[in-house]
Write a protein that binds this ligand. Structure first.
Ligand code: NDP
Length: 293
């Protein structure tokens, strides 16, 4: 039996529509959500990501402030810019596109971002709040994964969830979100023993590894929900380049109950969640200022 394909493009489109409607209301009330996007250097992939983020921000009515800096920028200069953005009342969200050039101290830059404007959810304050179960700005990719899981299974209590990958931006926050939703969570990584067996006993598998088709189709428990975060560029025998996930989709689709494709699964949700985090940050800033009009 073939799995339900979880359509991330459609889900992200619906989410953007809701964000656009909310942004239009806020704008009428005099609050235009603002997102500062900082790109350092000329990494081609980062330029594409930043281009998509600013275009989509514009489409939903979020005001974006672009800061493109040369690769020669110093940590001190970048920290200085972030401090300025922290102070700007028009900026509600700050996104520093990663990876930063090798010479820049990324942790220092990220920790300078005001946690209230940290729409990527990478600041230690937000990471800590998420793990304490408090209100936090949640990293965009795991947040998008959670929404896709809930499209097919709204109640996750007691589900056995396996997160493969333990990065700070995907794996760890993903595990926290699943735990918040009452799943029994296992985190696997490169040193995990017998990954196939762990997969076979899991109702939900989130793969965030960065290795093309590393998760074989026959590892998937029949009926499981499979969320494939991986984005890997591969070249076919005929020389054609394309994107594939971390899961062997062609085989997993015959065992899973529901599965995200790559592309068109998690990817589109990530940017939509960034926009949502920005709108929520703007609303919270207005509440803090005491101006609720
Ligand atoms: P990282 O490289 O930071 O982390 C990869 C993780 O996978 C590590 O924890 C590593 O283990 C683990 N790992 C590597 N190989 C194996 C293996 N064979 N078996 C089990 N675990 C393994 O990657 P990210 O978390 O940043 O990204 C993961 C993937 O998701 C990438 O393809 C990336 O492009 C994609 N991505 C997609 C996004 C989207 O919007 N769709 C957003 C962000 C990322 P260890 O810790 O032991 O080294």
């Amino acid at each position: 039996m073939s799995a339900t394909i979880i359509d991330g493009r459609a889900a992200a489109g619906r989410l953007r529509q809701r964000i656009a409607a909310r942004t239009a209301e806020l704008t009428k009330e005099g609050l235009i959500p603002g997102l500062a996007v900082v790109l350092v250097g000329d990494d081609p992939a980062s330029q594409i990501y930043v281009g998509s983020k600013t275009r989509q921000a514009q489409e939903v009515g979020i005001h974006h402030f672009d800061h493109r800096l040369p690769a020669t920028t110093t940590t001190a200069q970048l920290v200085g810019l972030v401090k300025q953005l922290n102070e700007s009342p028009e900026v509600h969200g700050i996104l520093v596109q990663l990876p930063l050039p090798a010479g820049i101290n990324s942790p220092q830059v990220l920790s300078t971002i005001d946690p209230a404007k940290d729409v990527d959810g990478f600041h230690a304050c937000n990471v800590g709040r998420l793990s304490l179960g408090e209100e936090a700005i949640v990293p965009c990719t795991p947040q998008g994964c959670m929404m896709l899981i809930k499209e097919v299974q709204p109640d996750l209590a007691g589900q056995r969830a396996l997160v493969i990958g333990r990065s700070n931006i995907v794996g760890k926050p993903m595990a926290q979100l699943l735990l918040r939703n009452d799943c029994t969570v296992t985190i696997a990584h490169s040193r995990t023993r017998d990954l196939p067996a762990l997969c076979q006993e899991s109702d939900i598998v989130v793969a965030a590894i960065g290795r093309p088709k590393a998760i074989a189709g026959d590892w998937i428990r029949p009926g499981a929900i499979v969320i494939d975060v991986g984005i890997n560029r591969v070249t076919d025998d005929n020389g054609t380049s394309r994107l594939v996930g971390d899961v062997d989709f062609a085989n997993a689709v015959n065992r899973a109950g529901a599965i995200t494709p790559v592309p068109g699964g998690v990817g589109p949700m990530t940017i939509a969640c960034l926009l949502m985090n920005t709108v929520h940050a703007a609303i919270r800033a207005r509440l803090r200022s005491g101006n609720t009009v």
